[in-house]
Design a protein around this ligand. Structure first.
Ligand SMILES: Nc1nc2c(ncn2[C@@H]2O[C@H](COP(=O)(O)OP(=O)(O)O)[C@@H](O)[C@H]2O)c(=O)[nH]1
Ligand SMILES: [Mg+2]
Length: 259
């Protein structure tokens, strides 16, 4: 019989707690026998911190509008009886969203402006600069407030083609993937580069991190997704539309090779 994911995840969390306890007992035993030198103490506390902070990351990958965000809504937010993460027909949400829980941070949505792509620091480095992220508080007891706040993830900006090119959303060599140009010669790009959602959902509290990726083009536009976040995920869920199945889109080749 297949063991459901949440049961396996509970077991994994129990295994981690058990190991943290054993480490503590080893530390006490070593101290009692006067064997705990500072180097050993530091090693034990590092291992303990690692066990406590370790995350299990699952990335949802597909072409745009295949139901990734809606699936995450169904798994995590069904209790609200309404849509929480923005999900709509067409190529809407181009900003990757990462759901997780850090007890040291309030329930909030943090958004990194798209313009940060024009600067040198990597996404990992921006994470260490919380003041650069726009922050919105989230009320977990109010589904309407939660959904309204998370709508912000889908915000777009109108920019010139040159700006879009600099931001990685315009490629002269692949015109079919470029955003539509309006009468004023402007194109839409996402307003945000990355979204971090901090919520005390039981699975997230146990260390699960879920990455909702945008469609293929936007994945390509954020090298860190292709180089770091997706390959380093412990599991990648590929979502197919029943009506479209596996298309000729190279996401299947590039996705498979990064896993
Ligand atoms: N009929 C049907 N529509 C779905 C299903 N999953 C998602 N959708 C709709 O398909 C559209 C795109 O879904 P979304 O989750 O935004 O796709 P994403 O771009 O892959 O995140 C939305 O209007 C969803 O409500 C499904 O299983 N059945
Ligand atoms: Mg989506």
């Amino acid at each position: 019989m297949t063991v459901p994911f949440h049961v396996q995840f509970d077991r994994h969390s129990a295994w981690r707690r058990e190991h943290a306890l054993r480490l503590k007992l080893i530390g006490e035993w070593l101290r009692q026998h006067e064997l705990l030198d500072p180097a050993m103490e530091e090693k034990l506390s590092l291992l303990d911190a690692q066990l406590r902070s370790e995350k299990i990351t699952i990335a949802f990958v597909a072409e745009f509008s295949r139901g990734k965000s809606e699936l995450i809504n169904a798994i995590f937010f069904a209790g609200y009886g309404r849509r929480i993460l923005p999900a709509s027909a067409g190529r809407t949400t181009m900003c990757p969203a990462e759901l997780g829980y850090d007890a040291g941070v309030t329930n909030c949505l943090r958004l990194l402006p798209i313009e940060t792509r024009l600067q040198a620091p990597s996404l990992a480095e921006w994470r260490a600069r919380p003041e650069q992220w726009t922050r919105l508080d989230l009320d977990v007891d109010d589904g309407a407030q939660l959904a309204a706040a998370l709508e912000k993830i889908a915000e777009v900006r109108r920019v010139t083609r040159d700006e879009a090119r600099a931001l990685g959303f315009w490629h002269d060599e692949a015109p079919e993937d470029n955003p539509a140009v309006d009468a004023q010669g402007m194109v839409e790009v996402p307003a945000w580069r990355h979204a971090l959602i901090n919520l005390p959902h039981p699975l997230l509290q146990q260390g699960l991190v879920v990455i909702d990726t945008p469609g293929l083009n936007a994945i390509g536009a954020e090298p860190e997704l292709t180089i770091n976040l997706i390959p380093q995920a412990h599991a990648v869920v590929f979502v197919l539309g029943a009506d479209t199945a596996v298309s000729r889109n190279p996401i299947w080749r590039s996705g498979a090779s990064t896993c």
